[in-house]
Ligand binder design. Sequence first.
Ligand SMILES: *[C@@H]1O[C@H](CO)[C@@H](O)[C@H](O)[C@H]1NC(C)=O
Ligand SMILES: *[C@@H]1O[C@H](CO)[C@@H](O)[C@H](O)[C@H]1NC(C)=O
Length: 348
Amino acid sequence: MVLIFERSGSFKINTIPMFIIIILLVSCASQVVSSRSTHEQSVVEMHEKWMAQHGRSYKDELEKEMRFKIFKENLEYIEKANKEGNRTYKLGTNRFSDLTNDEFRALYTGYKMPSPSHRSTTSSTFKYQNLSMTDVPTSLDWRDKKAVTPIKDQQECGCCWAFSAVAAVEGITKISGANLIQLSEQQLVDCSTNGNNGCGGGTMEKAFEYIIQNQGIATEDEYPYQAVQGTCSAAQKAAAAKISNYEEVPSGDEQALLKAVSMQPVSIGIAAYTTEFKSYKEGIFNGVCGTQLDHAVTIVGFGTTEDGANYWLIKNSWGDTWGDAGYMKILRDEGLCGIGTQSSYPLA
Ligand SMILES: *[C@@H]1O[C@H](CO)[C@@H](O)[C@H](O)[C@H]1NC(C)=O
Ligand SMILES: *[C@@H]1O[C@H](CO)[C@@H](O)[C@H](O)[C@H]1NC(C)=O
């Protein structure tokens, strides 16, 4: 452009390219504006579609506008991450996609790291300590052994701890020879109050202690889930499964955890407080985790991919539309998301 200006002796000749340049600039700018609004428009449409899909409605336009902004942020994060193409997992929208991470954590997690003074003294041994690693298979999926019940949904109640504990008890009950039966999270929410706090959070260890003291836990059918804490009515229900004790896996030792999971599903604390975890869709998660254990899940298997990545198979309690039909594969042996920090399992 500078060259043209220096060479041209006549103002008239020069005005022609100037016009062209101006026209080009204007049309270029208008394209940017229109492509931006097309993007905005398509996000509006995606939000509407998403609202219909998840049965979401808002009380007024103000709330809708606010939720739209959050949805857009989540969506842009998801699309950017998937486009980068360097991850071993995919993200996707789900029913949490119009929530901020703070709201998400408050509503759907609910794990309280046990304080040392609350730690049980009954669980000082680790019974799988001397299990030889040669006895541990290279992959295992407790679902194949029919020791895992269908994915459940804690809904808007911070009692992940109850779901994690129940999944581990359902597992050991089946593995020790009984039928696979769905057991009651609601009983734990209502009755396991000595150290646990219903939808306000708790630990699996306290839940196991309650089941031991109560001499059992009722079935899901008999004591169904309500997603809100109610009055304990365990005395009116038959105990369908019992445990004798529970143990903790040595902290920070994923090989010890592997030994334990090779024998039964194990309850773990996990740091799940991020957009990535919230939006996990499929593949082996090795993304951004939270900084403290705030959620509880159950490890129900493990394996290694064709290209050599070791993973855990996790059963979550966010319904079967979250993640990979309710499950997550997550990188093993890297202490990812605090896995291995706080893990425990019930004994039949
Ligand atoms: C993927 O690539 C982006 C952009 O280059 C980078 O910021 C990010 O850390 C990478 N993520 C992984 C999981 O490698
Ligand atoms: C493991 O083996 C050691 C050495 O024989 C023994 O002292 C320990 O009690 C065993 N642990 C368990 C849990 O069996």
